[in-house]
Design a protein around this ligand. Structure first.
Ligand SMILES: [Zn+2]
Length: 72
């Protein structure tokens, strides 16, 4: 374990499992859920389309889509 700055809000926190503080990791989980739901019904949606429809940050969506496509 080490102290780190949250990569989302910059808060100093005790890093255990991920690079986000506790409140951000909840928010990130919810964002991920929104993006996954949208992609489940719109599998070929573009990055910008997902961004406009879900309101999730482009960085988050990009990370999620990369993971999804590399898993195919
Ligand atoms: Zn944070």
């Amino acid at each position: 374990m080490a102290l780190a700055n949250c990569s989302r809000c910059g808060t100093l926190f005790l890093m255990q499992y991920d690079k986000h503080c506790k409140s951000c990791s909840e928010a990130v989980k919810q964002d991920a859920h929104k993006v996954k739901e949208y992609l489940a019904s719109h599998p070929w949606a573009s990055l910008m389309e997902v961004y406009h429809k879900t309101g999730v940050s482009l960085e988050t969506i990009y990370g999620l889509m990369e993971r999804k496509r590399s898993a195919l």
